[in-house]
Write a protein that binds this ligand. Structure first.
Ligand SMILES: Nc1ncnc2c1ncn2[C@@H]1O[C@H](COP(=O)(O)OP(=O)(O)O)[C@@H](O)[C@H]1O
Ligand SMILES: [Mg+2]
Length: 256
């Protein structure tokens, strides 16, 4: 529940129950304003729930165990790429030398080893988002929370980062909660897709994605992929979402 500036209360989420298994990649998909970011922030501990509870079994939901990537990369312009990745090292009290070595390895994993001494303003949006991913993984969190991290990128860069993210998820055995508007991206990345209705957000369906891994962008052309994609689309429509409304145009275009 949010209080708005005019003092009214907004119920952002209703009857939402979400569980993540260790190592699982789960996407949350739903129209704008259905509470996806709210749910992610609750999991991240950035906002408190008014009704309901948050339980963690296995992984503790402490900052040390969470890595968060937002839609627009938050960079400190006066720090180099490498020092932006190292941002949380001091706060979390990581060993400086070890953290620097790990930061370099993560930058290499996202294809940015050549630019570690550059400044954020010298990078494209896609490159900045890759820096943000490397930074979120610096302290080796068990859980990675990503809020439409590739929403502002062109389709080609998005596919490249989807493939890299899949690699990181598999190699580093992370549990990922991924918010997206993009059906095609959700199917490509996920083990399970949680479909939400319009406001107040409810979970209307959970769609398992049992396509073999590793997946390549070519697999998007397969009948199996298409079937899951259209199932998610149907569930979104059943959730009271008009096709074309609430979903960003770029998500629609690349989701065809
Ligand atoms: N800080 C806030 N104060 C008041 N209302 C908010 C606040 N943040 C989000 N909301 C409202 O809560 C609802 C869900 O928002 P959000 O979680 O951002 O949705 P989504 O990420 O799915 O687009 C929206 O109606 C939004 O206007
Ligand atoms: Mg949002």
């Amino acid at each position: 529940m949010y209080s708005t500036r005019s003092g009214e209360a907004t119920t952002a989420l209703r009857d939402v129950s979400l569980s993540l298994r260790a190592g699982e990649f789960v996407s949350l998909i739903g129209p704008s304003g259905c509470g996806k970011s709210t749910l992610l922030k609750i999991v991240a501990g950035l906002i408190d729930v008014t009704h309901g509870e948050l339980v963690a079994d296995g992984a503790e939901l402490a900052p040390r165990n969470l890595g968060v990537v937002f839609q627009s990369p938050v960079m400190l312009p006066w720090r180099t790429v490498l020092r932006n990745v190292l941002l949380s090292a001091d706060v979390l009290g990581l060993d400086r030398a070890e953290a620097t070595e790990r930061a370099r390895r993560l930058l290499a994993a996202v294809g940015l080893d050549a630019v570690e001494q550059m400044y954020p303003t010298e990078l494209s949006g896609g490159m900045q988002q890759r820096v943000a991913i490397a930074r979120a993984l610096l302290h080796d969190p068990a859980i990675l929370l990503m809020d439409e991290p590739f929403g502002a990128l062109d389709a080609i860069t998005r596919e490249d980062l989807n493939t890299r993210l899949q690699g990181l998820h598999t190699e580093q055995a992370k549990t990922v909660l991924f918010v997206t508007h993009n059906i095609d991206e959700a199917v490509f990345l996920s083990d399970r897709i949680v479909v939400m209705s319009g406001r107040p957000g409810r979970v209307v369906a959970e769609v398992p994605v049992d396509l073999p891994r590793p997946r390549s962008v070519r697999d998007k052309l397969s009948a199996e992929f298409r079937t899951i994609e259209s199932l998610v689309r149907d569930k979104l429509e059943e959730g009271g979402h008009e096709p074309g409304a609430g979903v960003e145009p770029q998500a629609q275009a690349s989701g065809q």
